[in-house]
Ligand binder design. Structure first.
Ligand code: WTA
Length: 662
């Protein structure tokens, strides 16, 4: 059946508007890449002057069951944002089916397992199609249908991606929960959106650790009344218990399914997925993304930012449990007919050369990772690069947190060998995709700057009162004045919270929660969450800024700065610092760190207290849990709150101990 559709695509693409087999095929996917700054400026101008025709032109390149009636309707007050209303499409058909005719045998997914001695796996578009169709049929056989929520709690293996794509194919809303979360978090997320089905695996290895996924899922499912079934993928033959009537083996159910499945035509604004993310307060929020706008935005931004060329191997190290995994490990590359690497392991297993081994082995052209990973690998030195062939690399990416200049340089020099552009991509779970970033080989880079807004993105900086800070250079809170297709539409079941969190701080603006600076050339540098801004003697100090200064010290690996109440200054600065050589002589380091901050920023930003620590309390997504550091800095250690989401909760005890001995 799909072949008839795909053949139709190929046959009819030059006859815009032809409806075939109920599928409106307007054009083949042939989006033009921005080549230089002039083209960027022209494209940007076009996108601002007439956003609707700009995005409609891009949208035309996708497969639609029905063309849209309106490109955009929006207001940031209630807020209501609708892109391509009246249209019907399916992101799975666009990510897989459309490529079959031309790229059926091309590798869609390269799977690199945790254990480097296990074979890697290559999955072609045709094989992926078959697997997704079978699973889609299996899901439907369990009564899962359009609009139902399906929780996916899977290791970083192809079946996780297959599960997401199968949900999208049948119109079910996937809610992926990172496999590093525990039972409580899983339960909370399942219950918040009343998921009907949980898809999980027996267990998996990550580095040296084994994670008994099904066991954790069982613990969660003791209290998840909405769950009717649990589909269990056997990944490592772990002995697990199966609850009769509820638990079903993936292999048993999927193996008997037909290998074709007609994608369900979804309304443009139909929810595609929920992804829970932490706010500064309250329970995690179920950020809700929709079908058409998300699809178009991910495809466009992927192709532009990474300058992706047909046939290239792209490796995003993000787990599908995070938004980067959704948008740029999975959907972005597949929508472009690309080849994406899914890596099950961690950068330091079996040793700190693992990323470079993967690059070498699969001849990776584009590597997209987080500054945390870069900084942690930086501590091992550069000797390792002598034995690794990284010559296939063409573009490097950074995401998730500000990349300090030192880490940027290290990445650029040692990994990119001074020839690969680095795209420092700023965005958020809520934005769906990249909003501010260099475009590889087209727009300029500047270390530690996310640089310029992508076409269609209209950022501005405002002061605390919401007044726009115009001109350059400038500094303020980063907001958006106009919608982009990939933005979240609501928080699941709580539109009021959506409105309060993002649209009420500043009237008629989307507020990102981040602070930023714009240099004389209008390039943006993200300074960090404004929730972490500290006011010292009336000076607003970005923690990110101070950290960058501290990190530039040769002996410092990483640092985190928080505020604490200070009698005279209002707030003082408390810096937690990880030293390069944990056993080395750090005698003068506190004084040197204070000095370097004074020198780089100014005396007002000089940290009041410095504590050398063995590690920082980081969540599994690499974010520092500042709440805990603030409490320790305040001397309030009686109740440090929930530390279960930390990679290594024991680090907290060590910091407390160190603080008490200060
Ligand atoms: C931060 C991750 C500086 C920022 C895609 C944002 C960044 C939060 C960058 C969103 C960057 C992300 N430079 N800061 N290139 N990218 N951030 O939702 O504070 O996990 O608000 O999305 O990460 O994190 P989230």
């Amino acid at each position: 059946m799909y072949l008839s559709i795909t053949q139709a695509c190929l046959r009819d693409f030059c006859q815009p508007g032809i409806f075939y087999s109920n599928l409106a095929v307007l054009k083949l996917f042939n989006m033009k890449q921005i080549q230089n700054i002039e083209e960027y400026r022209a494209e940007y101008q076009k996108s601002i002057e007439n956003p609707e025709s700009f995005w409609a032109e891009i949208a035309q390149e996708f497969l639609w069951y029905k063309k849209w009636d309106n490109v955009l309707q929006w207001n940031f007050e209630t807020p209501e944002i609708k892109w391509f209303e009246g249209g019907k499409t399916n992101i799975c058909a666009n990510a897989i089916d459309r490529h079959l005719e031309k790229f059926g045998d091309k590798t869609a997914i390269i799977f690199e397992p945790n254990d480097p001695n296990s074979p890697s796996q290559k999955i072609s578009y045709r094989e992926l199609h078959t697997s997704v169709c079978k699973l889609a049929n299996a899901l439907e056989s369990l009564g899962v249908t359009k609009g139902d929520r399906v929780c996916i709690y899977m290791p970083m293996i192809p079946e996780g991606a297959i599960a997401m794509l199968a949900c999208a194919r049948i119109g079910a809303i996937h809610s992926v929960v990172f496999a590093g979360f525990g039972a409580e978090s899983l339960k909370g997320r399942i219950n918040d959106s009343n998921c009907k089905l949980l898809i999980t695996a027996d267990a998996f290895h990550r580095g040296n650790k084994k994670i008994a996924l099904k066991e954790i899922a069982d613990e969660a499912m003791a209290d998840t009344p909405s769950i009717e079934h649990c589909l269990v993928y056997n990944h490592i033959n772990e002995k697990i218990s199966m609850v009769a009537g509820r638990d079903i083996s993936w292999h048993t159910l999927v193996s008997v399914q037909p290998d074709t499945h007609e994608p369900v035509a979804m309304d443009s604004e139909a929810p595609l997925f929920l992804l829970y993310t932490s706010g500064s307060t309250g329970k995690p929020k179920g950020v809700q993304h929709t079908t058409a706008g998300y699809m178009i935005f991910m495809a466009y931004t992927f192709k532009q930012v990474f300058n992706y060329k047909d046939g290239e191997i792209y490796f995003c190290t993000a787990d599908i449990g995070w938004v980067t995994g959704h948008s740029y490990t999975l959907y972005g590359p597949l929508l472009n007919g690309g080849t994406t690497v899914i890596f099950e392991g961690i950068p330091t297993y079996p040793d700190h050369g693992r990323f470079w081994d993967i690059v070498d082995k699969h001849k990776v052209n584009i590597l997209y990772t987080a500054p945390t990973a870069i900084r942690s690998l930086e501590t091992f030195g550069t000797e390792i690069f002598k034995t690794k062939d990284l010559s296939s690399l063409r573009v490097l990416g950074s995401v998730g947190e500000p990349i300090n200049e030192e880490a940027w340089q290290w990445y650029y020099q040692n990994v990119g060998k001074n020839r690969c552009p680095i795209v420092d991509t700023w965005w958020q779970t809520e934005t769906g995709g990249i909003l501010i970033s260099p475009i590889a080989y087209a727009t300029p880079m500047k270390p530690a700057f996310a640089t310029l807004p992508l076409p269609g993105v209209q950022p501005l900086l405002v002061d605390e009162n919401g007044n726009e800070v115009k001109g350059n250079p400038a500094e303020g809170r980063l907001c958006m004045r106009f919608p982009w297709p990939g933005m979240a539409r609501t928080l699941y079941g709580n539109h009021e919270r959506f409105k309060q969190t993002y649209f009420t701080t500043y009237k008629n603006l989307y507020f990102s929660g981040d602070g930023a600076k714009r240099d004389g050339n209008g390039m943006y540098r993200i300074t960090g969450r404004v929730d972490d801004v500290i006011n010292v003697s009336g000076h607003r100090i970005g923690t990110g800024e101070v950290e960058e200064a501290i990190n530039s010290h040769d002996l410092v690996v990483e640092s985190a700065v928080v505020g604490y109440p200070h009698e005279i200054k209002g707030q003082g600065l408390y810096a937690y610092v990880i030293c390069v050589d944990k056993s080395g002589n750090v005698h003068n380091l506190p004084e040197e760190v204070k000095k370097i901050v004074s020198d780089k920023i100014g005396a007002f930003a000089r940290p009041d207290k410095i504590q050398i620590v063995p590690g920082l309390p980081k969540t599994r997504s690499g974010k520092i849990m500042r709440r805990i550091l603030r409490k320790i800095a305040e001397g309030d250690i009686s109740n440090l709150g929930d530390t279960t989401t930390l990679i290594d909760p024991s680090v907290v005890d060590k910091i407390v101990e160190g603080a008490l001995n200060q």
